[in-house]
Write a protein that binds this ligand. Sequence first.
Ligand SMILES: [Zn+2]
Length: 278
Amino acid sequence: MYAHIRHAVLACTFAGATVLAGGCETNPVTGRSQMMIVSEDQAQSVSAQAYTKTVSQARRQRKLDTNSAVSARVQTITSRLVAQAVKISPASANWNWQVHVIEDPNVNAWCMPGGKMAVYTGLIAKINPTDAELAQVMAHEISHALLQHGREKMSRAVATNAALALGSIATGVDLSGLENVAMVALELPNSRTAETEADRLGIEIAARAGYDPRAAISLWQKMARLSGGAGGPEWLSTHPSDQTRIANLQKLVPKMMPLYEAASAGDSRAGRRPRGER
Ligand SMILES: [Zn+2]
């Protein structure tokens, strides 16, 4: 994805095992060393397969929402976000970005490696997000993909698979039959570090797309209010909401306001309706 990704010379350790050089990559956006056993090509290709399967299954079950106002709204918001995402990560301009609205009562949304996104109708129904809040959800998910967090989780899933000999790591992992890894990785919680990174980048992408950064705060407050008890947001099981997250986002808001205001001003000059919450 990034032409200038450097492979760490030293080995990095993960889950008690030492992974040889080539397993570690320094992320050019964050500077953080990530353990990557699964190559980017592998991550994208298994994700594309898993996505196609998920979407066609939803279509067969008549649970794919393609025509509603909700779907149109999600398409509009995500295309504005993607337009900014590809500026931050030019390689992602080559991704086949896709988004679908899936009829599912769970409060959930995700973006797989390679830009394969989904929003569940349960999130729309139970959170009732403004455009700006929905943009925060999707920008956060897009950031996970840009920052290779899905690939990192897939690597973790593969690394912890005891059936996999360490020797295969050096020669490249055979991912045949590992399409499920893409789905398993979706359900693995992100690390706290990955969450902080996605919060930081997500609020920026949304601001650059003209969405009010203050919506990040109201979104997480709404999510937190829904948590606890049965039927809480599935999204929170992989993206835990806590006061630290909200406090960190609050610190970012003043830094993001100028980006949001510049994007909104650009819209007005172009004679379009100013972006923001409706
Ligand atoms: Zn997250």
